[in-house]
Every structure is written in C-alpha cells, then in structure tokens.
Design a protein around this ligand. Structure first.
Ligand code: G6P
Length: 605
C-alpha cells in the first residue's frame, strides 16, 4: 500500500526521491518522508499529507545535500498519519533509517522484547521494530544484521535501509510486497514500482520473496534467503515515461478513461489472428474442469461478476464468483477439477494473493488475469493472461477494468470453442463482435460528451441507486463503486427485480436512479422497474443502446452507447458511468486521482 524508493548515484538525492515518490503516490498519500546520507550522518524529513507537502518542507530545509537516500509515501495501517508515524523511521542510536511497505504481524511481541532491553520507541508503527531490531543486531556487517533481523519478522515487507556508517549503499529486503531494483548508468535504484524509475532506467530486476539486495554506484548485488549471492538477468520495460504522465489531461483518471479504446486494442490485437482467438500463453485442458471459481477484489471482482455470466453462458460450466477476502477463509470445496481464476490489475492485492494460494493448495488449476508483468500474482499463478492496459495511476480503475472484461470475453469464447460448445458460425460472429469493441469504446466516449453537463445537475444528490439485470446488474455494481470511491456520494447497486423486495421504500421524489438498459433481451423487464421507481417520484437516468428509442418515453435523461451484443455490452456500458463519476467528483471538488482513505494497491488484509 505504501510506496518506497531508494537511490544511490551522483545526482542530488532529494529531487530524485521526491519525483519518484510523486509517481508512487497512488499507493498511499497520507504522509511522506525521505532520509539522506549527508556529511553530518543520516538526515530525515517527514510530514503528514501528500508528497507536495514534503517537497515544500524539503525546499526550506538545510543540510539535505547528499547523493544517496530513501523515501516513502504512506497509507497508514499502524498509527494515525501524523509526522511521527510517517516513514522513514530511525533507530534510537541514529545509525539506521528505514522505509517499509507491508505489515509486520508480530511487531507487538518484538516491540515488547526490545523495550525490555531499554530501547525507546518514537512511533506507533509496526515498521519501527524493524529498524530498532536491526540496530540491536548490528555487528558491523549491515547485510548480515539485516538477514538476522528479517528472520524474526512475520508478515509482509519491502524495506529499504540506510546505514550512517556505510555511505553510498542502500540495502533492501522483500517478503510478499513488491520491490524492484532499477539499473541505471552510474546510479541504481530500489522502488515499489517501475513508474517511479521509468525516467531513469527501463532495466529492472524483480526481487523475490526472501531475498536481500545492496545497491551502490558500482553495482547491484542480490542474495537469496540463505545469503548466497544470485545472478539475475534484468527485464526491459517496453513502455516509456509518457505512459506514466498525464499527457495534457487534468487527471490521470480522465486520461485513462480516454485511453480505453487503445488499451482494449492492445489487449486484443496479439490474440486474434485470421479471425481466430489465440491464447498462446494458456495451456489448459478445459474438458478437465467441472467448475470455475473466479475470485478478486474491488473492481476486479466486478469484472469477475461479468465474467461469470459470459463464461457460463458460452461454456455451460458452472461458474462462481466471490470476493477474495471471503473466499480465502471459507475453506471452499474445490479440487483438481476446479479452475480458479484470479483477477488483479496490480497483481499485488493481498487478499487475492491469499485466495490464489488457497486455490493452489487445494489442488485447483489457477489462471491469473493481471496487468503487471512480474507481479506476485503473475508469478504465483499456473497460467497468466496479461491485460495490456499499460500503467494505471488513478486509484479508481478504468482501463484496467475494461481490459479485464475483454480478456474474460476472449477466454470465454476460446474455452467454449475448445469444449465444442460453439458452431463455426456463432464462433465467427462472437469473434467479430469482440473485435469491434475497441472502436465501439471510442464511439461510447464520443457519445458521452454531455455527461459533464448532467453531472452539474446531479452532483448534489445524496443517495443514488444503480439498477440493472444480469450483465447490466454486474455493470451497475462497478458504476456505483466508481461514484462512491471518487465523489463520496452514497450509492447502491441493486438487481432491478429485487428493488421491490424492500429497497423501493427508499425511493422518494427526486431520488436519482441510474437504470442500465443494455441487455436487450431483458429490456422490457427493466423498463417496468423504471416505471415502478418513476411512479414514486424518482429521477431516472438510463444508459441504453443508440437503437433503443423507447427509452426516451421512460427515462428523464438518457446516456447512449453503441449497440453491442448482449454478452459483451459491459465493456461499453461502463464508459459513460466512469465519466459520470469523474464529472460528479469534479463538481464536488474531490481529489479525483487520490480519493480519501483509498490506495490503488492494497497489500494489506
Ligand atoms: C483497490 C483499488 C481498486 C481495485 C482493487 C483491486 O481497492 O482502489 O480500484 O479494483 O484494489 O485491485 P487489483 O490491483 O487487485 O485489481
């Protein structure tokens, strides 16, 4: 959840660290800090609030000159987000400074031990025990002492450490939290994510669980969990800095919404050749499975809800979908005849990782749909299908979600054909429909130009309902979440037919109901639900295909989307809802890319 960075080179460390932290802010932004090796020893500044606050503080702080340092942007887990709990943390003897992403589960026990030895703690964080323990174990060899320290830790960590007595070196260790080494020329880096480093280097090494590493100007050394040095080839990142910048848009979220046609195309292109779907990366004997279980968190779970309906409908295999935080503790009945599909944009979501491990332990085959190459989930799963959405920075996912949908669509058609459930004609028709989705997404964006105006009349609504049936309901869940997370308006998604069993009591004059009407075969049913809420005074905003003229007689406002085959309409239908959430949040003056209390990559339970 937090972002960490380490730098050693010949440039001033402060600007490099601050710039890296700006790119990592999506991981957490309630406080930030840096520590620098200076002539006077380790110097640290930290502050509550965003990286801009830290930059302002750095600009008026003297004595930060140095070419080696570490930085952190935080999403608080232990202790309120104030200046003291912000990272880095220093050992009581001032010898070590540390930044940490993850959670140390046994920190209270370790803290008590150290307090008994007379060590005084400054913060409420779990992180501080690591640095105090390191100082306690220090025997003149930092790496050896670090290895001894991490052996005592239970939980997850990506850490970067400075030692006052070891100028020009940053040490690091990793367990279940992402950490990469960036290889520069005359400079080297650690970071939680490539976005922090892309303007310096495109050559990175992913650290593995249990490894420790040292970076110096002269090079990088990596050691396995037993302390033996290991050699690893770097991987080269293909995208560039422009992909991680706003490119003229006021917010990353708007940029990423607008990039959806290209992201869909990039995900699709390598997988359709001569009118056929090729999932060359997948080796699965579909006939072996008697059920599929999809598990994920947040919007990825909503993608799974769509996936369930599409896969079941085409493959005729029972599909369940469940949030990963529930699945992991349910002791689900699964075996080697089950295919567990996990979906994750970041590939680092703690609950999804745990669900994946649970599936593997029970003997299921596992398939990940993931956007980040080399992420924990991509490494753990038996098979991976990557969404080629490019880096997604805004906390609220948009292009990540739609590319998950198109991968699920591809998978469903591919699997149905493998299972002999599709005749050639239907197969050809479905592939054609999928191929049209990127250009339809562009059309959906073009048709949504009026959403900003609508947002002006809706932004003060206090409680909204999103209703729909079948795939429309799955999209309603995502549309409602988008609005909640970035505009802080309360909203609920309801299966349209279920409203009358209680929730309709909340419909009163002026209540806004967003009715999703893209499932053509169920349109008449949803239309009668619209009539029910209109009869009770609700304002209805409908999302409907361009060809649906009847809807103008039912709804107060209509957002049109291009006509699309029922099964694939979620890819298109979500687009005006993303824009609605965006413009409502804009009207309400919200921090769109970094909504309060959230983080993009949730690496804690
Ligand atoms: C966070 C993000 C959501 C995302 C969810 C799952 O809550 O704010 O946008 O859907 O995590 O993330 P993942 O990276 O696993 O898709």
């Amino acid at each position: 959840m937090c972002g960490i960075i380490g730098y050693t080179g010949s440039d001033a460390a402060v600007p490099v660290l601050l710039d890296g932290l700006k790119h990592l802010e999506y991981r957490g932004y309630d406080s930030a800090g840096i520590a620098i090796q200076t002539d006077a020893g380790l110097t640290m500044i930290k502050t509550s609030g965003k990286v801009d606050n830290l930059a302002a503080k750095a600009a008026v702080t003297e004595g930060l000159e140095g070419v080696c340092g570490i930085g952190h942007t935080r999403w608080a887990t232990h202790g309120t987000p104030n200046d003291i709990n912000a990272h880095p943390h220093m050992s009581a003897d001032g010898r070590f400074a540390i930044v940490h992403n993850g959670i140390i589960e046994n920190y209270l026990e370790l803290k008590k031990d150290l307090e008994k030895k007379g060590i005084v703690f400054a913060s409420e964080t779990d992180t501080e025990v690591i640095v105090q323990l390191l100082a306690y174990y220090y025997d003149g060899d930092v790496r050896r002492s670090l290895m001894r320290t991490i052996r005592r830790l239970e939980g997850s960590y990506a850490i970067a450490v400075l030692c006052a007595e070891d100028p020009g070196t940053v040490y690091a260790a990793r367990m279940s939290s992402p950490l990469i080494v960036g290889l520069g020329s005359g400079e080297n880096f650690f970071a939680s994510d490539i976005t922090a480093l892309i303007q310096h280097t495109k050559d990175v090494i992913d650290l593995e669980d249990g490894e420790t590493a040292e970076i110096r100007v002269s090079g990088v050394r990596i050691f396995d969990r037993y302390g033996a040095e290991t050699k690893r080839e770097p991987r080269h990142i293909l995208w560039d800095i422009a992909a991680a910048e706003k490119g003229g848009y006021p917010h990353f979220m708007l940029k990423e919404i607008m990039e959806q046609p290209q992201a869909l195309q990039a995900t699709l292109e390598p997988r359709i050749k001569n009118g056929r779907i090729h999932l060359d990366e997948v080796e699965l004997d579909m006939a072996k499975f008697n059920r599929i279980l999809i598990t994920a968190c947040g919007s990825a779970y909503h993608a799974g809800c769509v996936g369930r309906l599409v896969i079941e409908s085409l493959c005729r295999i029972p599909v369940e979908v469940e949030v990963a935080s529930e699945f992991r503790y349910r002791n689900a009945v699964i075996d080697e005849k089950t295919l567990v599909i996990v979906i994750s944009q970041s590939g680092e979501t703690a609950d999804t990782i745990a669900a994946l491990k649970e599936g593997k332990e029970k003997g299921a085959s596992t398939l990940a749909i993931c956007n980040v190459v080399g992420s924990s989930i991509a490494k753990l799963a038996d098979q991976v299908i990557y969404t080629w959405a490019g880096p997604e920075i805004a906390v609220a996912t948009t292009k990540g979600y739609v590319t998950q949908l198109i991968v699920l669509d591809l998978f469903a058609v591919w699997a149905a054909e493998k299972l002999g459930r599709l005749d050639e004609k239907t197969y050809g028709k479905l592939v054609k429909e999928i191929r049209a989705l990127p250009s339809k997404a562009q059309r959906a964006l073009d048709l949504s130009s009026g959403v900003g105006r609508l947002a002006k009349s809706y932004h003060e609504k206090s409680s909204l309902f999103f209703i729909g049936r079948n795939l429309d309901y799955a999209v309603a869940m995502e549309g409602s979440l988008k609005l909640k997370e970035i505009s802080y308006l309360h909203s609920e998604a309801y299966a349209a037919g279920e409203l009358k069993h209680g929730t309709i009591a909340l419909i009163e004059p002026g209540r806004l109901v967003v009715a999703l009407c893209c499932c053509e075969r169920l349109y008449e049913k949803t239309a009668s639900n619209i009539e029910q809420v209109k009869a009770r005074g609700a304002d209805v905003l409908a999302v409907a295909p361009e060809s649906n003229r009847k809807i103008y007689g039912e709804a107060d406002h209509v957002l049109q989307v291009p006509d699309t085959a029922d099964l694939f309409e979620p890819v298109i239908e979500i687009i005006p809802l993303q824009l609605l959430a965006y413009y409502v949040a804009l009207e309400n003056g919200c921090d769109i890319d970094k909504p309060k209390n959230l983080a993009k990559s949730v690496t804690v339970e």
